[in-house]
Design a protein around this ligand. Structure first.
Ligand code: PGA
Length: 250
């Protein structure tokens, strides 16, 4: 049985005070860590504060990391720096980073390796654009993104990796993919993992759906056999809504 996951992606939202207010508001109200992995992925500048103040039923993640150990990369954050804040997870390859910050399949692969080497658990994002979906290229895109992301990653590391399928056309648009469409894509990703590693590995790896997940759509998405949770932007910003998403995910 795969433990469900509810991961909030705050993107570039919340000041330190707003973030702390959220953390205090959700503490004690989330399902236990044995039932669900509840995760908040926050801006880097407040990660340490959140790690120090969160309850046991919440985990903290970052939204990006550099792949180098250190060096002349002005403005960047190394995996070791993230680890030293106490965060457990890091989102990698989000479509907004691919679109606006030159993230490529190659850098995603390097970042996954660097994260794993520093005890960070990657949440690896993939997903097609509207144009790609409409030209029936969804599987080709997922093939390329998953094959490249996992190049050189050993099977033993899979237990520390979460995949998030996020069709770009569904992110922040209010257009959630139908539950069947989301499940089909997550099932396809699972079949790619089976081919790259083994059928058992594909059974074990957790795959999330992301893109306009809301308290209304979450239950139907979670009921799908290949969907193990959500990567949620907008609906993770309010504490009440995040609490509801987490309870509906179990
Ligand atoms: P959204 O964002 O839930 O606001 O669509 C999801 C994401 O980008 O991870």
């Amino acid at each position: 049985m795969r433990k469900p996951v509810m991961a909030g992606n705050w993107k570039m939202n919340k000041t330190r005070d707003e973030a702390l207010e959220f953390i205090y508001a959700v503490s004690d109200k989330l399902p236990s860590a044995s039932q669900l992995d509840s995760i908040i992925c926050a801006p880097a500048i407040i990660l340490r504060d959140l790690v120090k103040r969160k309850g046991d039923n919440l985990k903290i993640g970052a939204q990006n990391v550099h792949f180098a150990e250190s060096g002349a990369y002005t403005g960047e954050i190394s995996p070791m720096m993230l680890t030293s804040t106490g965060v457990e997870y890091v989102i990698l390859g989000h479509s907004e980073r691919r679109a606006y910050f030159n993230e490529t399949d190659e850098t995603v692969n390097l970042k996954i390796k660097a994260a794993l080497a520093n005890n960070l658990k990657p949440i690896v994002c993939c997903g097609e654009s509207l144009e790609e979906r409409e030209s029936n290229a969804t599987h080709d895109v997922l093939d390329r993104q998953i094959n490249k992301a996992f190049e050189g990653i050993e099977g033993k590391d899979l237990e520390n990796i979460i995949i998030a399928y996020e069709p770009i056309w569904a992110i922040g648009t209010g257009k959630v993919a139908s539950a069947e469409m989301a499940d089909e894509a997550c099932g396809y990703i699972r079949s790619l993992i089976a081919k790259l590693y083994c059928p058992h590995c594909a059974e074990e790896i957790r795959i999330l759906y992301g893109g306009s997940v809301s308290t209304k759509s979450v239950s139907e998405l979670m009921a799908q056999p290949n969907i193990d949770g959500g990567l949620v932007g907008g609906a993770s910003l309010k504490s009440d809504s995040f609490i509801e998403l987490c309870h509906k995910a179990i």
